[in-house]
Every structure is written in C-alpha cells, then in structure tokens.
Design a protein. Structure first.
Length: 252
C-alpha cells in the first residue's frame, strides 16, 4: 500500500552549500546523509518525521553513467549536465513494495521490479532500502516507490521516535504538507499517474496521500509547502529551482 510522500529529490551542484542556504532561509536542519558509493552520488537529508528532503549531488559522473539500476542518479546527472538545479523526482512510501509492484505490473504498469539500495553514513553505519521506478524519472512524470529497512540509526524505532519530536531551528517540528509539480498538460499527466501507479486525481488535479497532497500544475516551479510550529512567520522564497512556502501550523 502507498502510504505517504517519502521524500523529495533536489539536484544541486554543491550539496553542502545548498544545505547551508536552506538551513539559513527556511530554518530547517540537515542531520543525515552520506555517499552512494556504487552510484557516484552523495546527499544531505533534512528529516520531517519520516518524510524528508534529499539534496543530491554527483561526485563521479563516470560512475553514474556506468551504474546499473539507479534511475535517480542518472536523472540527477542529466539535470546537472543541463546546467540546472531543482526537483528531479520524488518518492512515495510503500509498506509492501513487492506486493504493490506485482499488482501494478499485473494491471499494466511499466514499473520495474524492486531493487535494493544502500548508503554509508559518516558514522560508518549502513542504511538499506528497496526502490521500484518507471523506466525514466523526471519532475513531470510519476514518482518512484520506496520501502525502507526499519532498523538501525536512521529507520529503527528509536530514530523514528526522535524524529517525530525533533525541533528544527525555526522553533519546532516541521512537516511537508503539500507538493505541487509542473507537468505541462495535467490531463495526460494524471492519466499516466493512474496507469503507472494507480493514483487518481480529483478536480483541480489534486490527490491526497497520508495526510499530504500532490497537485499537478501546468507551469511554474515546483512548490513545497512546509508547516512549522504555530506562530512561525510565513515565508515564500525560491531556491535551487523550487518554490518553498512555509507557514505556522495555525495558518496552514
């Protein structure tokens, strides 16, 4: 079952510089990350409970091009090679990825079989997950699916409990409430979401999943709506090809 937006993938030229800028501008903290040694990419993560923002960069373009089975790394390199930073794709959490993929493929989806991935943290611990994606990824195409191994320093019970109450520099917890993605023509894009992932959109090209919303828009930059502690001053800025809107909980 698809249960929530898992994370957003934003390609940047310098992961550390981008993290510093977003920490300053949005009042969020990047507390995780590491290297995908087999894929040539590295990242910094800002967690909002079990949803997170991934800033991803490339440390070895040749390795990205030769890597097998990682559409996210290839899409990241394509974006950066085009001289652009910004949203590459996003992921939806599955709590039973093998079952979901089997069902979708039986219904005619072109989604690939689940592939195991891993990342080594700076402290040496390994984080593992499984992903399933369509043949190619882009902001105007359906996202990929992910299921995390619920163990260890990032996804064990203790880590998830700590994240649920983590206070960001803005003054409290933060969550991603909504994502708006530009797709050109929303009608065929919505049909593709339905055909490939079984997701239906209502009037206004909007759908809800796990208390969050996804909207398909005809144009503009991707928009991420963040909800912070009550009384947090509203903010609306564009950074790294994404429009970030922040509001206090009482104002959202």
């Amino acid at each position: 079952m698809l249960v929530a937006i898992d994370h957003l993938v934003v390609a940047v030229r310098s992961v550390d510089s981008a993290a510093e800028a977003l920490e300053r501008d949005l009042g969020i903290a990047f507390t995780g990350g590491g290297r995908h040694e087999a894929w040539g990419t590295y990242n910094r993560l800002a967690f909002f409970g079990d949803t997170y923002l991934e800033l991803i960069g490339v440390f070895d373009a040749g390795l990205v091009r030769s890597a097998e089975g990682n559409a996210v790394s290839r899409a990241t390199l394509d974006r950066l090679d085009a001289g652009e930073e910004g949203l590459v794709t996003y992921a939806l959490t599955s709590d039973a990825i093998e079952d979901d993929v089997t069902r979708l493929r039986e219904e005619g989806s072109s989604i690939g079989l689940p592939v195991e991935g891993s990342r080594t943290r700076p402290d040496g611990q390994t984080v593992r997950w499984w992903t399933a994606s369509l043949p190619s990824l882009a902001p105007d195409r359906p996202p990929f699916l992910i299921q995390h191994e619920l163990a260890g320093a990032e996804w064990g019970d203790a880590a998830r409990a700590a994240r649920s109450t983590f206070r960001h520099p803005v003054g409290g917890t933060v969550r991603i409430a909504a994502l708006e993605v530009p797709v050109g023509d929303p009608e065929p894009a919505a049909e593709r979401y339905g055909r490939e992932l079984g997701i239906a959109f209502s009037e206004g090209w909007r759908t809800g999943i796990g208390g969050q919303s996804i909207t398909l828009s005809p144009a503009g930059a991707p928009v991420v709506d963040l909800v912070a502690a009550p009384g947090t001053p509203p903010l609306d800025v564009e950074r790294f090809g994404v429009r970030w809107r922040r509001a206090g909980a009482a104002d959202s």
